[in-house]
Design a protein around this ligand. Structure first.
Ligand SMILES: Cc1cc2nc3c(=O)[nH]c(=O)nc-3n(C[C@H](O)[C@H](O)[C@H](O)COP(=O)(O)OP(=O)(O)OC[C@H]3O[C@@H](n4cnc5c(N)ncnc54)[C@H](O)[C@@H]3O)c2cc1C
Length: 332
């Protein structure tokens, strides 16, 4: 049976693995201690923060069909917060959503956890390099992880890591140089997420807000999502442009700047948070993403997919993985 190594257990990697597992011997390697990638949830004491993707929409029939069983089982549910647009010095106004915005329940990680149940996944497995091994009996790839070369060989290596990490892996000294480079360079922008847990919150006229501000782009009350802990938990996301300017700033400075700007945009004094944490997403969003749906080198049996291709959001990651799966099943 064909042996496939998939790097990354976000939505793209897990969907690809589910599609291929009947046709091949598939192993997913994930560097973190859990699955889900940027569909992320952080727990601090009893507080919960969905600190990566905030929601997802389903505009294509194929993604909607994929979601249908998860919607039926309640793992995916609509989120209908009261959303405002906030701009400093302007009167806040209500922002209506005209399409369904979904979240996973009870945490953003729940969708990927449900998908992962039937898959062979190795956690804490950071793949740091890949090397071609010449046959006989057949050419294959070996993987480096944890400072050593893994004993298994793979016929295919497929990366679903964010583009800069995929490039780094595929441009190692033993692999073909310049794969995924040339004209197809996409910039991958950072983002900061500030997580604030309160004992109580003053009454706010919003459950989420799109913010027109230099540093803050989005605010959400995490406890307004279905199935979450009732403890007041606020997620504040920076703009990508501001994060890029401050990507190497000291954590304390970034936190203080965001807290200061938050107080200004909310125009309401907030109590002292009981818990506070900052997360830096170095690779949050491809801007612009590559205009191909996936990368496939059939001769070398190397491929890549994920949200860096076509559209840098949850549905884009799914569509990229699904299209690559369509192309690969014909070859297995
Ligand atoms: C702050 C933020 C807010 C967002 N908001 C939204 C939103 O509201 N709506 C929306 O639709 N999208 C949103 N997105 C984008 C969305 O989260 C992503 O498009 C989607 O989750 C990408 O899925 P993926 O599987 O392609 O990549 P990922 O989820 O990044 O999965 C890749 C996985 O690969 C692993 N990995 C990387 N390198 C290696 C390696 N060398 N070895 C082993 N494992 C490795 C990573 O740990 C990760 O788990 C947001 C993203 C961020 C960061």
């Amino acid at each position: 049976m064909t042996r496939i190594a998939i790097i990354g257990a976000g939505l793209a990697g897990l969907h690809l693995a589910s599609r291929l597992q009947d046709k091949a011997d598939v192993t997913v390697f994930e560097k973190s201690r859990g699955v889900s990638g940027r569909l992320a949830t952080r727990r601090i004491d009893d507080y919960e923060f969905d600190h990566g993707a905030q929601f997802f929409t389903a505009r294509s029939d194929i993604f909607m069909r994929f979601l249908a069983p998860f919607i039926s089982s309640g793992v995916v549910q609509p989120w209908e917060p009261r959303v405002l647009t906030l701009a400093q010095g302007e009167k806040p106004y209500r922002r209506d959503w005209f399409e369904c915005h979904y979240v996973a329940v009870p945490a953003m990680t729940s969708l990927c956890k449900a998908m992962a149940a039937a898959l062979d996944i190795r956690l804490h497995a950071h793949v740091t390099g890949i090397s071609p091994c010449a046959g006989p009996p057949r050419n294959a790839w070996s993987l480096q992880s944890g400072g050593e070369t893994l004993p298994e060989l793979f016929d295919w290596v497929i990366s679903t890591a964010p583009l800069p990490q995929t490039r780094q892996l595929f441009q190692g000294p033993n692999a073909e140089p310049d794969i995924l480079s040339g004209d197809e360079q996409a910039d991958v922008l950072p983002c900061y997420t500030l997580m604030l847990g309160f004992e109580t919150l003053p009454s706010l006229p919003l459950e989420a807000a799109r913010v027109k501000h230099a540093s803050i782009d989005w605010i959400a009350l995490n406890h307004s999502r279905p199935g979450r802990s009732a403890l007041p938990a606020m997620v504040v996301q920076s703009t990508h442009a501001w994060a890029r300017q401050h990507v190497d700033s000291a954590e304390g400075q970034v936190r203080d700047d965001l807290l200061h700007d938050l107080a200004n945009v909310l125009a309401t004094p907030l109590p002292e948070p009981r818990v506070m944490a900052l997360h830096r997403w170095r690779f949050a969003k491809a801007e612009p993403p590559l205009d191909t749906t996936y990368f496939l080198d059939a001769d070398r049996q190397l491929a890549a997919c994920g949200d860096g291709f076509t559209e840098s959001r949850v549905e884009g990651a799914f569509l990229s993985a699904n299209a690559l799966a369509d192309a690969l099943v014909q070859r297995l």
